[in-house]
Design a protein around this ligand. Sequence first.
Ligand SMILES: [Fe+2]
Length: 260
Amino acid sequence: MAQKKAQERIAILGDIHANLEAFQAVLAAAKERGVTQYVCIGDLVGYNANPKECLDMLRALKPIGVVMGNHDEYVGANHDLSGFNPVAQLAVKWTRERLSMDDRKWLTSLPYQKEIFRFGTGMPPFCIVHGTLDNPGMWGYIFTRLNAMASMEYQGNDNLCFCGHTHVPMYFIKDDLDTKAFYFPFEKPLKLEMNQKYLFNVGSVGQPRDGDPRAAFTIYIPDDETVELIRVPYDIKKTQEKIVAAGLPPRLADRLAEGR
Ligand SMILES: [Fe+2]
């Protein structure tokens, strides 16, 4: 008798930023929800105190797609940091010292954008990028519908794209007439209409900035054509204590409790 194939459930994780406690809580929530595949839209490192652990944990998940974030690039390469604010600069330098050359090379080997095909599933491909598709290496932000319109011009035939970088979960819909911006409803799956194009910002696992300090990630279920934002409480106090003990700027600890 043919066995029924498990439904594919893809967790899209972004802006983990070396926050081990948030990452662990997100993985437990993903497991509980029957996630079968993982995708990461970049910024694995930077800001928080467990870059090596988060890197190893992500790789152990054997994700079907990972793209580079600006922090991954700056930590991985030896770029000049004058474009970063002083707090981010300090965090990048601190992180570089905690990773091996191989880890740093792995970070810089990541692509800026990726189209993900699931051969044999009959599911359409989708794309991932950290910042914007119109110029991924420039690290622009998508906050407005105008920003989204510029990026979605480059979505090609993919009806679906996932991004991060702002740490604010949002989504944009483009049809023949218009592009509209929406805030993501919480724990209410959004049904995708196949005659529209979507761009989802999946929120941040490790440093949310939408005023909700809980970790955020998104689950995409291709069979149901749904995308859902999940929020997960985690041990913020423990993460904060590690940041302070590591000698990282205290502002990085404070902001976690504020979700800013
Ligand atoms: Fe980020």
